[in-house]
Ligand binder design. Structure first.
Ligand SMILES: [Zn+2]
Length: 117
């Protein structure tokens, strides 16, 4: 099913910390996990929120190597956005660091029905 969005989705950054982002995947819905509250801390929208993955790649000796990877989280109601970077951490585990934050633009528009005059 495809339907036109009612409003534009805020653009994701073309670069982060001076590193160009080669690709952002399409926004998709975050799966609901029973142990995590999917609601938005800002506007209390029940969720689920949206996620998009971003990648920076570099060609090293003819091979594409992934340099950096981000995941952007957005509330579909208020557009508050946080972008996290997955960085290699200690003991081979990756660390998740918040690198960018975009404040909510507006609360979800509330439409009221208008009667003809
Ligand atoms: Zn929200």
């Amino acid at each position: 099913m495809h339907h036109l969005p009612l409003r534009s989705i805020p653009a994701l950054p073309g670069q982060i910390d001076g590193t160009p982002v080669d690709r952002w995947d399409q926004w998709r819905t975050v799966p609901i996990l029973s142990h995590l509250d999917p609601s938005c801390a800002n506007c209390a929208d029940p969720g689920p929120s949206c996620i998009a993955m971003g990648y920076a790649k570099q060609t090293v000796r003819g091979r594409q190597v992934q340099l950096r990877r981000w995941d952007a989280h957005r509330c579909p109601a208020c557009d508050e956005m946080r972008i996290y970077e997955n960085r290699p951490g200690r003991m081979g585990r990756s660390e998740r660091v918040e690198v960018l934050y975009a404040p909510p633009r507006t609360h979800a528009p509330k439409f009221t029905k208008r009667e003809p005059e």
